[in-house]
Design a protein around this ligand. Structure first.
Ligand code: XMP
Ligand code: MG
Length: 180
């Protein structure tokens, strides 16, 4: 069984992602020169993007994690649960949340509100994928990898029922996978 065979089409190739990570990391490194930002990775979907982005950063920085979830399968429950908070003190620090995908925006806005309580100097968002047509709450990333249409995607950290995160690209599953 090869998981690549479950993919109907590739939306964003591995080469395109790697290239885009380099460009975004360069931009962030320039914008945050001398600010020693804290990059925060929401688990688990953002892990691949986060690692690629951080590896390309050239300025002093630290990273930490947060765990927030709003999804079961492909459907948004609209309920956001935060089960892990960063241990790094965020007070007066410049925070960048590095997310895999912004869909309705509910998860990330809940995360932003929670982190704001810690009193950071600033909070900005970087996302690999943006589905702006799905937005339910106003939210804009300062750094965006790719704008994609409203399709459920997997790969490069994104899952369907916890699988497919390890694909090195972003793709759409064959319809029959959902009925398996
Ligand atoms: P919201 O709607 O709160 O959702 O912006 C963001 C979170 O929902 C998940 N999500 C997806 N996961 N393929 C996935 O594997 C998708 O197409 C997709 N759209 C949303 C994801 O966890 C994200 O953090
Ligand atoms: Mg996520």
């Amino acid at each position: 069984m090869n998981i690549n065979l479950d993919i109907e089409k590739i939306l964003v190739s591995e080469e395109a992602i790697v290239q885009r990570c380099k460009v975004l990391a360069k931009q962030i490194s320039e914008d945050y020169e001398d600010k020693k930002p804290i990059l925060i990775c929401p688990l688990k979907g953002a892990v691949s993007f986060f690692a690629h982005l951080c590896e390309q950063m050239t300025i002093p920085m630290v990273y930490d994690f947060i765990k927030a979830s709003s999804y079961a399968g492909t459907q948004s429950t609209g309920i956001v649960n935060i089960s892990y908070m960063p241990t790094t003190p965020l007070k007066d620090r410049h925070v960048i949340i590095v997310e895999d995908i912004i869909d309705t925006g509910r998860t990330l806005s809940a995360v932003v509100e929670e982190l704001k309580k810690e009193g950071p100097a600033s909070i900005e968002l970087a996302c690999l994928l943006d589905k702006p047509s799905m937005r339910k709450v106003p939210l804009e990333a300062k750094y965006t990898g790719f704008v994609i249409p409203n399709e459920f995607v997997v790969g490069f950290g994104l899952d369907y029922n916890e699988e497919y995160r390890n694909l090195p690209y972003v793709g759409v599953l064959k319809p029959e996978v959902y009925t398996k």
